[in-house]
Design a protein around this ligand. Structure first.
Ligand code: HAM
Length: 434
């Protein structure tokens, strides 16, 4: 017996059928428009990158547990990109002499991570990346926070439906050093454990801190830090670090209109962040994973050249964004299929059929015509099933009188119109339906 292949996509990846693709296209085109309204320019890059690009600064979890790797025929170790930031840092470093800074760049790559598929986590996701390069100004952070706010508003979200939670690694390191007595060489490892604070049970995280060699006083202090508010963290961090902290300055001076909340648990798993870090969450508890994640990374281009070009930006994932939109009733309805079908009653009406279809397409409508001559009844049923709203029927008798039939498929009503009035008549039906 023939053994058929599975029709399911590879675990953790998704097929996007036309209706779903139509929803995504509407959502993403709104987001591109908002991002471009801030002057960001779109770029793209390769899906395959050398493994070393991630080994340098992306962090052990991403590199050791989540990379899809392969060796090419020339023996080079490659990875399917798990994120875009190292690639864009490479592109910025390579093209720095020709660029005007600050450079505002955005992209929409698919990224691959070998993760256990679960709510909010897949193995291939699409991530809008937005980054500003070459700006030391706090206004870069503010611009990014306000852009996030405007992106979500453009999709109909209300500020009460999401939260921008931020921290600053300068402040977090300082509090860990002074309050929890963590030595500099352990800061990265402790931060990585703290990143799991909300994802794992308390005893698991405390045990992991113990495995890093921390004594019980330091472990207790770490736990206390996770519960402190902004003033509490500033009170225990070294004053010179509070003064240096970009986020502390932004929050203390009220520089941003976007609602940014300090959260000591925003640590971020990627190693390259140097100060401001943030994530955006849905306030709907069903959608627990972050929608956006990002931060400032001052030294990533140093991997490629002597020139130090600071960057700040974020990645916004499609999975949690779509969950956010459907959870709040904000996902648009699909609208990509044909709106109009033009049907010939006999082979002799094929030429006027093409003329009518062309005229309607020129008016911006989505129009199909049948490839074969079949019965009108069957074609009308098919048109309805495909979601078309109007049928234009072309018969020899009507044509002889300079007329066509325009049928409203929803109401099952129809009328004859003059050939030259076809566009207005179809638009009138569509307006009525929509
Ligand atoms: P990230 O936090 O790893 O940051 O990912 C950003 C967003 O991508 C997350 O908030 C989430 O929405 C989505 N995401 C990540 N992994 C998955 C997954 N396995 N399944 C579904 N969605 C996922 C970065 O990647 C940084 N490179 C972002 C960045 C840009 N930082 C500065 N510029």
């Amino acid at each position: 017996m023939t053994q058929f292949l599975s029709t399911a996509p590879y675990k953790g990846t998704r097929d996007f059928l036309p209706a779903e693709m139509s929803v995504r296209t509407q959502v993403f085109s709104k987001l591109y428009a908002v991002i471009e309204s801030y002057g960001f320019e779109r770029y793209d890059g390769p899906l395959l990158e050398p493994v070393e690009l991630y080994e340098a600064k992306s962090g052990s979890e991403l590199v050791n547990e989540q990379l899809f790797t392969l060796t090419d025929q020339g023996g080079r170790r490659l990875a399917l990109r798990p994120e875009m930031t190292p690639s864009v840092a490479r592109m910025i470093a390579a093209n720095a002499p020709q660029l005007a800074f600050p450079a505002r760049w955005y992209s929409h790559p698919n990224c691959h991570r070998y993760e256990r598929p679960q709510k909010g986590r897949v193995r291939e996701h699409w991530q809008i990346n937005v980054d500003v390069f070459g700006s030391e100004s706090l206004e870069a952070e503010v611009e990014i926070f306000e852009l996030i706010h405007d992106m979500l508003c453009s999709l109909g979200a209300k500020p009460s439906q999401y939260e921008i939670r931020a921290n600053d690694r300068v402040l977090a390191h300082s509090a860990l050093r002074t309050y929890a007595r963590i030595p500099d060489e352990s800061l990265g490892k402790v931060m990585r454990v703290l990143d799991r604070w909300e994802k794992y049970p308390r005893d698991v995280v405390l045990k992991q801190l113990g495995e890093l060699g921390l004594d019980s006083a330091s472990i207790t202090a770490c736990e206390e830090l996770t519960a402190k508010d902004f003033a509490g963290i500033c009170a225990v961090a070294a004053p010179e670090d509070v003064a240096k902290s970009r986020l502390a300055t932004i929050l203390n001076s009220g520089m941003t209109n976007a609602a940014v909340r300090f959260d000591p648990l925003i640590v971020r798993g990627l190693d390259y962040y140097t100060s401001t870090v943030f994530e955006v969450f849905d306030t709907n508890p069903e959608n627990r994973r972050s929608i956006f994640g990002g931060g400032r990374y001052d030294n990533l281009t140093a991997l490629f050249s002597k020139q130090r070009i600071p960057g700040i930006g974020f990645g916004m994932g499609d999975v949690t964004l779509m969950d956010f939109l459907s959870g709040h009733g904000l996902a648009p309805a699909p609208n990509a299929g044909a709106q109009v079908v033009v049907l010939p009653l006999s082979p002799a009406t094929r030429t006027p059929l093409k003329e009518a279809a062309a005229r309607l397409r020129r008016a911006g409508l989505r129009v199909t015509t049948p490839h074969e001559d079949t019965q009108l009844g069957k074609e009308l049923k098919k048109a309805d099933k495909c979601g078309a709203k109007v049928a234009v029927i072309i018969g020899e008798d009507e044509l002889a009188r300079g007329k066509l039939v325009v049928r409203d498929l929803r109401r099952s009503t129809q009328r004859e119109v003059a050939r030259e009035d076809i566009t207005a008549a179809v638009l009138a039906v569509l307006e009525h339906v929509d």
